[in-house]
Design a protein. Structure first.
Length: 376
């Protein structure tokens, strides 16, 4: 397993954990929140992953051995290949240093003593000799390049300075990977380090949190704002700033169009699964008029905007909410009302590390839900 931790200390640290589960590498960005006596971890954006785990080094090494010994099938049976791969995984996989080892020859003892000599493919006196430059080009560089791109891509999602980068997990012991991470991030991150026992660091950390019965990641930091365009009763500020937006609705009341109502602000810290609710009111003329269409926007702007023309908004979706089943709507609709009637309800927003969900609420109970954004 490999994990990379990216740490930023503007006021409280921001870091990312990069996990190598042999098959898949996974990177997530977190921020330390709370007070020194009771610190917690909050996710800042969704995890990103790639099929570039350390197991792919083993697979590429096996393929290289197969190609080199294609004309020597005595060394390609299952036992021989397993012996080659075991030798590679236990030693050279972590100690290999990259370009500085290009002129070095890496030797792997053959399991099968038959057909022991063919210098043209590296079979010399019962050993397979592979040039370091060949190992770098065919085995290490493609996998390490994917790891570096994964780190680079995820750090671009965080608009904060990163002050420390910590690598933990088995593959963190790779000298070549560590050197390449330093070359990539060294000019931007002051401290790049790894614990001496990187292989068991993640297990020890998980055990400590588990024994303490303390959630490792308890919060989510919203990567963007979620906003609705709404019509609200006119306020004095609207008369001064946007008189052109003032109209009268079907019931004759003055409303201000193109107003923005924030469900969640950018960088808001929410508990995982926490529901942020906002009250709404729909005017209906009759029982058929039961659909409330909420235009949902996102924004990467830090400031809080009041009107739609104050900054760039990206339309996320039109959230169609059917309130026809709500008890208050059905009760009002059953009574003839020439001027129509209003129905009050709540819309809730829930975020976790992967998606944003919307729920329809009435008196605290959920009457409908939908997923309308997948975080990336």
């Amino acid at each position: 397993m490999l994990e990379v931790a990216l740490w930023s200390v503007a006021s409280l640290p921001v870091f990312a954990a990069f996990s190598d589960t042999a098959l898949l590498q996974d990177l997530a960005v977190y921020k330390i929140i709370g007070e020194m006596a009771n610190l917690e971890i909050a996710e800042m954006c969704a995890r990103s992953g790639a099929n570039c785990g350390s197991l792919f080094l083993d697979l590429r090494f096996r393929e290289l051995v197969r190609n080199l010994l294609n004309d020597h099938p005595a060394h390609l049976d299952a036992a021989s290949l397993a012996y080659f791969m075991h030798s590679f995984s236990e030693t050279d996989k972590l100690t290999y240093e990259g370009e500085s080892d290009d002129s070095k020859t890496f030797q792997f003892t053959c399991f099968n003593v038959e057909d022991p000599h063919d210098p043209s493919v590296g079979l010399i006196n019962g050993e397979l000799a592979i040039p370091g430059s060949l190992l770098r080009r065919e085995v290490f560089s493609p996998v390490v390049a994917q790891v570096l791109e994964l780190i680079e891509e995820q750090t671009r999602k965080v608009d904060q300075r990163i002050d420390a980068l910590l690598l933990v997990g088995g593959f963190a012991g790779s000298e070549y990977l560590f050197k390449k991470v330093q070359e990539l991030m060294g000019s931007r991150i002051r401290v790049i380090a790894r614990p001496s026992d990187a292989d068991t660091a993640t297990c020890r950390g998980a055990a400590q949190y588990g024994l303490a019965r303390r959630p490792l990641v308890s919060s989510v930091i919203s990567p963007r704002a979620y906003i609705m365009k709404v019509k609200l009763p006119v306020e004095m500020e609207d008369r001064i700033k946007r008189p052109a937006y003032i109209t009268r609705n079907e019931a004759g009341y003055e409303i201000c169009e193109n107003r923005l109502q924030y469900l969640v602000q950018k960088a808001a810290i929410l508990r995982k699964g926490q529901r942020i609710t906002t009250k709404f009111c729909k005017y209906s003329q009759n029982i058929q008029d039961c659909v409330f269409v909420a235009v949902l926007y996102t924004s990467d702007v830090d400031k809080v905007m009041r009107y739609t023309d104050e900054g760039e908004l990206m339309e996320l979706c039109k959230w169609t909410v059917d309130i026809g089943s709500l008890p208050s709507f059905r009760q009002n609709a059953a009574i003839p009302q020439p001027r129509g009637f209003y129905t009050e309800f709540e819309l809730g927003l829930e975020l976790d590390s992967a998606e944003v969900r919307g729920v329809l609420l009435y008196e605290g109970a959920v009457w409908g839900s939908v997923v309308f954004d997948f975080l990336s």
